[in-house]
Structure formats: C-alpha cells, structure tokens
Design a protein around this ligand. Structure first.
Ligand code: AMP
Length: 429
C-alpha cells in the first residue's frame, strides 16, 4: 500500500511550466551543440569561466537595466533566510564581468580578458515553442579592449560555430547603437518623434525610460507608426561611424554575410556601438538564435573601472531547434561499440572483466546486466546501436574464447579472451 501511494505521488510530478528535461538520445545532440559552439572560441584563446547560478539581484537591475523586460518582468528572485535578495541569472554577461572584476583579471596587464561560458539561464517568460523559463546559452566575452577587430573576431567565431554545425539558414543582423556621445542626441530625437504617436499608456511610459525599446515593439499597430522614426545610423558621431564601418569591412573581408538592421536594439540596456543578432527563419516567432554586442559602459554601471568590452550569447535550445528544422543530423560518436552478452554465471564474471578492459582501452562498451536471457540480451545489444556483440557461454570459456558477432552482417568469429581488446580495436578503425 505504501509503495502504491508513493508511486502515485511521484507520478503526479511534472517538470515545472516552461521547462523540459533533456534525455537520451536527444541530450547527446544538446551536448554536441554546446561543444561545437564553444570550440571556435576556445581555439581563439577564450578561457572557460563558470559563475554561480544566482547573483545579487542588483547586479542585474543595474547591469541589464531597470527598465528592461528581463529585470521588470522576467527575473526569478528570492530572499534568503539571511535577508539577501538574489536572482537566478537571466543572462551571462553581467555575472562574467562581475567575476572578472572581482578576481582583478583586468589588472594583470593582459587585455582583453577573453572568457567563454556555458550554462543554464532563467527567465519568467510566457512559454511557447522555443521560449522557455529555463534555457541554455554558450557565451563568449572579450573584456577590456576597444578594437573593431575584436567585435569582428567574436562575430566570426559565432558564424563559424553555426557553420561547423551544418546550419545554413541563419542570418546576421547588424547595427550600431552609438556611444555616450551620440546616443543621447538620438534618444532625444526619437523621444520627440514617439511622443507624437498614438500609443497605449505602457508604451508612452517606455518612451520616457527607454525609447529605443519601442522600436522593438512587435505589434503591427506600433510598427506601422514607426515607418518614419529617426534612425540611429543617421545620428552616429564620427568615431562611432568609423568604428562601425571598420567592423563591417572586416566581416566582409572574412566572407561573413550580414544585413544592416538600423532598428536592431535588443532587450538589454548595456549595449553600445556594435550590436548584432543571429536569426533563423525556420523557428517561427522565436527566431533569434543568438545575439550580442559591445557594452563599453557596463563595467562602470556595476561599480568597476572603464572597461570597453564585447561579447555574445548563443542559445543552445534554439540552435538545436534550428538544426532540426533544417534536417541536419550531427555526426555523433557511437554510444556503444560493443555489447557483452554472457550466458551463465561464469561468463558474467569473465565478460564483465572484458568490458572493463575494453572501456579502459577507450572502447565504448556495455553489458547485459540483470541476468537477462539470451534472446532479451541480444535485443538489448541490437537496440544499443553497438557494432559488435561479445557472446560467451561455458563452452566458449572452457576453450578460452568469446564469440565476436558483427551485428550488421551477423558474421561471428571466435576470438581468444586475451586478444579481445586488440581484435575489437582493430575492427573498429
Ligand atoms: P539574449 O540574452 O536575450 O540576447 O538571448 C540570447 C539567446 O539566448 C537568444 O538568441 C536565444 O537563443 C536564447 N534565449 C533567450 N531567452 C530564451 C528563452 N526564454 N528560451 C530559450 N532561449 C532563449
């Protein structure tokens, strides 16, 4: 009885709304995507950084911006028993910069500090296809240098990651948001324009706090009125214009296609100058697979020195969806190369030893655990995707051999026990 009530209680649990579990075999694709996104950054000298899953809430309200949706609506916040206000991290950049500043990495005289990261992020969003409350990003940040080559480097690394994965239908949208010199002038011009439009109260309030975000409003009724809105590109100062032209030229030289998108503003307040987003057309409304840009003022916003920086974060969940929408199958390493099927107790011991030896020699090997009968064990062997089954009964062991069965052709060979590892390795190459 007790068991019954426990199991029905357990059955009642579901993953929380807006989350999903990663399970084999799909989880292998996820891992491969994470790895593929990180690989180009690692090759370019970015070192791995890992920060806590939660931070003081103020890091995000100051860093990401008090008026952003992320901070006002989407943070999972909590108060600790000691009274600290924490938030599950909604994004990576503020934490990574906080960690670099805390460890004084910027004082080692070796700028830029180049870091990459991979992990879980949390936003209390309305869940839909491609939009979750728990999702994964891989990110890269170059901290402490103002150099258009660095902006170009990061964008190229992201493009190379997608390309290496076999993704084709993604587009790079590029803009410059100006700097503390020219952005305020543009902001004022945009506010003047927006104040003359027919907008709801919430949007009118946004004009005063963060007018650039109004450009990002997805509603048709708003977009229609924005046709003649002033654009930042017509307000860039000479320095920002030159910087942006250089980034564009470097990308062109590297063979990276991009689309100028003078309305790209993105949902985080810290961006300056170069801003970009990768979109994929097979994903419906949640089309952004990754994005980033320069954030020259963020360090000062969170109490650090002036440290011009640039970075990106690519969404792992949406990259997996994008690959699926294009029908791209990743070449994943075999989960199991060899599957051992023992017949009898003596064979269980002997083959368990052989499986251990195979694994130590770098061969992916598994075993028919639980004393399965031959028929069931062979079914498991086939289901495992292994290329070979190792079958042994008492008679084989008496002769000092095991049967190595090619599960593709059905061909079977007796191999001396002592030679199994070498023989399997030779056949697997
Ligand atoms: P952002 O930090 O908003 O620029 O997001 C960077 C990338 O993270 C996006 O392009 C998405 O691929 C991914 N991402 C952001 N929010 C979510 C979410 N709620 N669910 C799934 N992926 C997300």
């Amino acid at each position: 009885m007790v068991t019954d009530s426990v199991s029905s209680a357990v059955r009642a649990f579901q993953a929380p709304k807006g989350t999903y579990d990663l399970l084999p075999p799909d989880s292998a694709v996820f891992l491969a995507v994470r790895e593929a996104i990180a690989a180009p950054a690692r090759r370019a000298g970015y070192g791995y950084v890992e920060t806590p899953g939660f931070e003081n809430v103020e890091l995000f309200s100051r860093g990401v911006g008090e008026s952003t949706d992320i901070v006002t609506k989407e943070m999972f916040t909590l108060t600790t028993k000691g009274g600290s206000e924490l938030a599950l991290r909604p994004e990576g950049t503020a934490s990574v910069l906080r960690a670099a500043l805390q460890a004084n990495l910027h004082k080692t005289g070796n700028l830029p500090v180049k870091l990459w990261y991979s992990g879980s992020y949390y936003r209390y969003e309305r869940p839909q296809a491609g939009r979750y409350r728990h999702f994964s990003q891989v990110g890269a940040e170059a901290i402490g240098a103002e150099d258009p080559l660095l902006d170009a480097e990061l964008i190229i690394l992201a493009v190379d990651a997608y390309t290496d994965l076999g993704l084709r239908n993604f587009r790079l949208l590029l803009n410059s948001l100006g700097d503390r010199e020219c952005r305020p002038v543009y902001r004022a011009a945009l506010q003047d324009f927006l104040r003359g439009l027919d907008l709801d109260e919430e949007t009118r309030a946004r004009i005063e706090i963060n007018p650039l975000r109004v450009l990002d409003d997805k509603r048709d009724s708003v977009q229609k009125q924005l046709a003649d809105a002033p654009l930042i590109r017509d307000h860039l100062c000479e320095a920002c214009k030159a910087y942006h032209e250089e980034v564009r030229a470097l990308l062109t030289e590297a063979g990276v296609a991009f689309e100028d998108d003078p309305r790209l503003v993105r949902g985080l307040d810290y961006y300056t100058r170069t801003t970009f987003e990768f979109v994929h057309d097979g994903l419906g409304s949640q089309s952004a697979v990754g994005g980033g840009g320069r954030y020259d003022g963020l360090s000062e916003m969170i109490g650090g020195p002036a440290l011009p920086s640039v970075g990106w974060a690519l969404g792992v969940d949406r990259t997996v969806l994008a690959l699926r929408s294009e029908g791209v199958e990743l070449a994943l390493p075999a989960v199991t190369d060899v599957y051992a099927v023992p017949l009898g107790d003596e064979a269980r011991r002997a083959l368990f030893g052989t499986v251990t030896a195979l694994r130590r020699a770098g061969v992916a090997a598994d075993f028919a655990f639980g004393g399965k009968g031959m028929k069931n064990a062979m079914k498991s062997a086939n289901r495992s995707g292994a290329r070979f089954a190792l079958v042994a009964g008492e008679r084989d062991l008496a002769e000092g051999v095991v049967q190595l069965k090619d599960l593709g052709s059905g061909e079977q060979t007796a191999v001396p026990l002592a030679e199994v590892v070498a023989s399997v390795k030779a056949r697997l190459v």
